[in-house]
Design a protein around this ligand. Structure first.
Ligand code: AHR
Length: 497
């Protein structure tokens, strides 16, 4: 099989907003309790947060982390999570039917996020609560001093405001599973009024209006059209959420799922632009793909979890090699839409459908999906270029004309570095790739990272990292052309300088 590509500086999509490499920590399962926070762990810091987990998060170079949910936020009283820890109440978390001890709340999380070098994307509860709780939380977090909520924060030991810039107006409000689900009109009105009040507290914030929970929602994309009709003027982003799984064990079809993600993004852009036209607006709505990943391995196990415990092992998907390939393609899809997708969060970060896993009291380790995420986050900064691609295609169960070669290209002007991200979706054969980079004079390949394995179902464990990248890819650049053989079923990062 052979594929060709042309890459040129002139084919600019847009500057990549680094926030597309965001992630997510929800009060869910062992993400917080037993994940980032485990005071009894030998490697915990003086506040109870695990240093080994912090190190792994830093390796991923995560620019922004969404918090505290997710479904959790729709039943959360943020006031329960601030003030002296010994006075905080335990609450029933109805979203996940667990016990929330509130040992970690807004201030502890803000501290932790700062330590790992991330901004926070804070979500407000528009399920059981509304305008009042949202404006109070914002005042608590961002107002400098001299008002009830800002002075309360200072009395809690946080003299300086947290200055949280990005706020989500609720979570998945279209979903029947959501506490306080809304119709699109109910949500649109509530989100608009909440946004209005929040902007009066702090005009510098950015707001995310809730979009559909997946392309499979019966209300998609009418939800976007109706809600944005209300929130277009006050919101900066609309959210998208999507998870995939290989439930039928049909890998060729599974690896093509990023085409659904592509269709999702295109449809949301079209809907945003329809509302823009309808409103005669000059403003462009951006997309925040603030939940995306593979999620299906743990579905059965989750049905057996006993309710009302602290930090139960929920949503603990153990990812295999093929999952890493799809994650690679999802990252590629985000990069190819760098002009409109300005934020995205791999959901989630630790233990819960996550690239990082922990043993209680033991080790922290990397899942297979850790690697494509880390590579994109590190090398995918700069300008996203539109590669012109000619690739052989295949037909799968749900998709036709699926290109074997899935690719995105980023040019980092400051570092004078060009990076080609490529997945070979072919499960049996290598793909010969010839890439025209004549516009990049005297560039040569400095590294060709490959993630490959003969067994698509192999996974990592705390004891053994069976799936990890090597740098022995054969890409070489001669006379302005990169030639390489992309191994069957592989994730590739070809770096030129
Ligand atoms: O990420 C897990 C859950 O998936 C989130 O709580 C929810 O928003 C989505 O349904």
């Amino acid at each position: 099989q052979q594929a060709r590509m042309v890459v040129d500086k002139a084919f600019k999509i847009a500057e990549v907003d680094k926030r597309i490499y965001g992630s997510f920590i929800e009060h869910l399962g062992r993400a917080v309790y037993g994940g980032i926070y485990e005071p009894s762990h030998p490697g915990a810091d003086n506040l109870g947060f695990r240093n080994d987990v912090k190190d792994l998060v830093r390796q991923l170079n995560v620019p922004i982390i969404r918090y505290p949910g997710g479904n959790f936020v729709s039943g959360y009283n943020w006031e329960d999570g601030v003030g002296p820890v010994e006075q905080r109440s335990k609450r029933l978390d109805l979203a996940w039917r667990a016990l929330e001890p509130n040992e970690v709340g807004t201030n502890e999380f803000m501290n932790w996020a700062k330590e790992v070098g991330s901004e926070v994307m804070m979500a407000v509860n528009l399920g059981t609560r509304g305008v009042d709780a949202a404006r109070n939380l914002l005042e608590y977090c961002n107002h400098p001093e001299g008002s009830y909520w800002s002075d309360l924060r200072r009395s809690h030991g946080y003299e300086q405001p947290h200055k949280i810039k990005t706020w989500c107006l609720g979570n998945e409000m279209d979903g029947p599973w959501q506490i306080g689900q809304k119709t699109p009109v109910e949500y649109g009105r509530l989100a608009y009024e909440t946004a209005k009040a929040m902007r009066l507290v702090d005009p510098d914030i950015e707001l995310v209006s809730c979009g559909s929970s997946s392309t499979a929602m019966p209300t998609f994309p009418e939800w976007e059209a109706v809600t944005l009709d209300h929130t277009y003027d006050v919101a900066d982003f609309v959210s998208l959420h999507q998870y995939y799984g290989n439930r039928d064990n049909d890998t060729a079809n599974y690896l093509a799922r990023s085409m659904d993600m592509e269709h999702f993004i295109r449809t949301v852009i079209a809907t945003c632009d329809y509302i823009k036209a309808k409103k005669r607006s000059k403003k462009t709505m951006y997309l925040s793909f603030d939940e995306w990943n593979v999620w299906y391995h743990s579905n059965q196990a989750d049905r057996k979890i006993e309710p009302w415990s602290v930090g139960p092992p929920q949503l603990e998907d153990v990812y295999n090699f093929e999952d890493a390939l799809l994650v690679g393609s999802m990252l590629i899809t985000l990069l190819r839409h760098a002009d409109r997708v300005k934020m995205a969060c791999m959901a989630q970060l630790v233990n819960v459908i996550a690239p990082i896993m922990t043993e209680n009291g033991g080790r922290a380790w990397k899942q297979t999906i850790f690697y494509p995420y880390m590579h994109a986050s590190i090398y995918g900064r700069g300008v996203s270029l539109q590669p012109v691609v000619e690739s052989p295609v295949y037909d799968a169960q749900d998709y036709t004309d699926v290109p074997y070669l899935d690719s995105a290209v980023v040019y980092n002007e400051a570092e004078e570095e060009l990076t080609i991200f490529a997945v070979n979706r072919h499960l049996e054969e290598a793909l010969e790739l010839k890439c025209d980079v004549r516009g990049f004079e005297n560039y040569r390949v400095i590294e060709h990272i490959v993630l490959e394995h003969d067994n698509l179902k192999v996974a990592n464990t705390a004891n053994e990292e069976k799936v990890k990248p090597h740098s022995h890819g054969d890409a070489a650049c001669e006379n302005g052309y990169v030639n390489t053989r992309l191994s069957k079923a592989s994730w590739n990062v070809i770096r030129l300088k």
